[in-house]
Design a protein around this ligand. Structure first.
Ligand SMILES: Cc1ncc(COP(=O)(O)O)c(C=O)c1O
Length: 412
């Protein structure tokens, strides 16, 4: 760690660290950005986004597997960020609604580099997506296969499978898209023959299978992930025209000091073990892995007060701006943007106090973190929430009419 200081905090990395007493991200001091742009403010680093895309290319490239990457734009659709991603040339787009397809095209992505996988589609949705001739389409249900067959007989399709197994961050069941609980996603083994018969009836060649079984998996779940691939490939044996397997997204990143980062070499070697020498092209559609640690949310402290046995630090943004901590219990890491003493002293147990960090929404679940150790905070200070680049602004709401925020991307 190139921080010039002796101890390093678990989340620190060369582009996110304290420089003297100030938090810096991608060579920019965060507090002055908050003061000039105002808060709540999301800041994204284009360099980190490129770095994450390159890490995936490097890991997969070493395996010799044929592969394509699609960025899952549901994670973050800030248009300057999408345009930057397009300019890297390192991936296409995974879209999950007609409007996402239109936005991807507006940002320069051609239909053949947009992969569409969605759920509960209406006839009108299908009419809209089928306007884009070479769009890659994965069908999530038999109903969708039939509707495509009625509109475009003979069109190539992919089918999304549900292997009834899943992987996701920690024990969070809602982050598993298939598993013990029956979910709406994809075609189950029991439905598989009917799906194939429906496609055959309309002359739709099934050239791709797709599965995305959860979000946030780390190294310890790679064994299960490998078994999921085996199960899906077994289902796909009945597809003579299979050319491509889309392994979804779901690659996770650490949220606490106890989480180890996903070992990309081990991950890529799972892919290699299944696909080497098969001639099958592998597709991946990560969202979080590309943008989550490329974004920070800056909020201003507007209240510090002891209530009964707890010290509350109130900030000017709530769960409606970044809902994962409240909805999925995903741990978040609030940090002061400026310290009153050097970092080595600031983060000692003598200097820190456990606090509850609360948002400004009138809901009991509007808590960012509880029992979180922080150096002393005062009204007017700026707090940074790291790992806010994915599923935060994109899922924000205007609850309590507090949905306003700004976004900016650092382009270095
Ligand atoms: C079909 C599909 N693909 C990709 C993703 C991206 O997942 P992640 O951001 O965890 O990589 C999702 C997320 O919900 C999804 O539903």
């Amino acid at each position: 760690m190139d921080s010039g200081q002796s101890t390093s905090l678990w989340w620190e990395r060369p582009d996110l660290r304290y420089e003297k007493k100030h938090l810096t991200f991608d060579d920019s001091l965060l507090e002055p950005l908050a003061r000039s742009m105002g808060t709540p403010l999301f800041i994204y680093s284009s360099r980190r986004i490129r770095h994450n895309l390159e890490r995936l290319h490097t890991a997969l490239g070493k395996t010799g597997t044929l592969f394509s990457l699609f960025y899952a734009m549901k994670a973050n659709r800030f248009q300057p960020l999408l345009t930057f991603i397009k300019s890297t040339g390192l991936c296409g787009i995974d879209a999950c609604s007609p409007e996402e397809v239109f936005l991807a095209r507006a940002c320069g992505f051609q239909p053949e580099s947009i992969s569409f996988t969605a759920t509960s589609l209406s006839s009108q949705d299908l009419d809209l997506i089928l306007r884009h001739d070479s769009l890659i389409i994965n069908c999530d249900s038999i109903s969708m296969i039939r509707k495509i067959g009625e509109r475009c007989p003979g069109r190539e399709i992919g089918i999304r499978l549900n292997p009834a197994m899943g992987v996701g961050y920690g024990e969070v069941d809602l982050l598993r898209y298939s598993g013990d609980r029956t979910t709406k996603f994809g075609i189950y083994r029991e439905q598989f023959d009917e799906a194939v018969d429906t496609a055959r009836a309309y002359g739709l060649p099934i050239t791709r299978i797709h599965f995305h079984t959860g979000c946030g998996y780390l190294t310890s779940q790679l064994e299960t992930w490998s078994r999921i691939i085996t199960t899906c490939l077994d289902m796909a044996k009945a597809l003579p025209q299979l050319q491509t397997v889309n392994l979804g997204g779901g690659l996770g990143l650490p949220h606490t000091p106890h989480d180890k980062p996903l070992d990309l070499e081990a991950w890529a070697s799972v892919i290699h073990s299944h696909f080497s020498g098969t001639g099958i092209r592998v597709e991946l559609e990560p969202g979080d892995f590309i943008v989550k640690d490329s974004g920070i949310l800056l909020l201003e402290v507007n209240m510090v007060e002891k209530k009964q046995d707890r010290i509350f630090v109130g900030v000017n943004g709530g769960f409606n701006l970044a809902m994962e901590p409240a909805f999925y219990s995903l741990p978040c890491e609030p940090l002061p943007c400026s310290l009153s003493v050097d970092k080595d002293l600031a983060f000692t147990s003598e200097n820190m106090t456990p606090v509850t960090i609360a948002g400004n929404i009138n809901e009991a679940l509007d808590i960012w973190a509880e029992n979180h150790l922080l150096p002393p905070m005062a009204e007017g200070d700026i707090l940074a929430l790291i790992n806010a680049g994915g599923y935060a602004s994109a899922m924000s709401s205007n609850h309590c009419l507090r949905g306003a925020f700004r976004e900016m991307i650092l382009v270095g």
